[in-house]
Design a protein. Structure first.
Length: 134
């Protein structure tokens, strides 16, 4: 994997207007509006150097919750993408609506059929850099 950065932007459709216990979802117009903005945002990000992969998903248990998950070659590639003209036009307004929380994560562990892979952080020494316990 090496130097892969995972960016997770979470969204709540109708935030502030829905009862937290109401999981019937946003009205169809709100969802269409969100998708009409999220798809071009994802396409703009995908067109940037260093973009690896991206997905837009809806929570299975709460249709008001969505996430835009992208993978980047480095945090620098992601930050440069945010400065590109196409991303500013197609994605910045949408990303400003994301839940306010840290969005960028360095990938420190991965798994496939062959087992667990360990990536070393150059940012935070400590437990994350130790091999997995068996």
């Amino acid at each position: 994997m090496g130097d892969v950065v995972l960016v997770v932007n979470r969204f709540v459709l109708g935030a502030g207007q829905l009862d937290e216990r109401d999981v019937t979802g946003p009205d169809a117009d709100a969802e269409r509006d969100f998708l009409s903005r999220a798809e071009p945002a994802l396409a703009a990000l995908a067109g940037c150097a260093g973009f690896v992969h991206g997905e837009l998903g809806r929570a299975v248990d709460d249709p008001t919750r969505w996430c835009l998950v992208t993978r980047w070659a480095s945090i620098g590639a992601y930050r440069r993408a945010l400065g590109s003209y196409q991303v500013k036009i197609a994605a910045t307004a949408l990303l400003a609506e994301a839940v306010e929380e840290p969005a960028g994560y360095e990938v420190l562990r991965g798994a496939d059929a062959d087992g667990i892979s360990v990536e070393h952080s150059d940012r935070a020494p400590g437990e994350a850099n130790r091999p997995p316990r068996r």
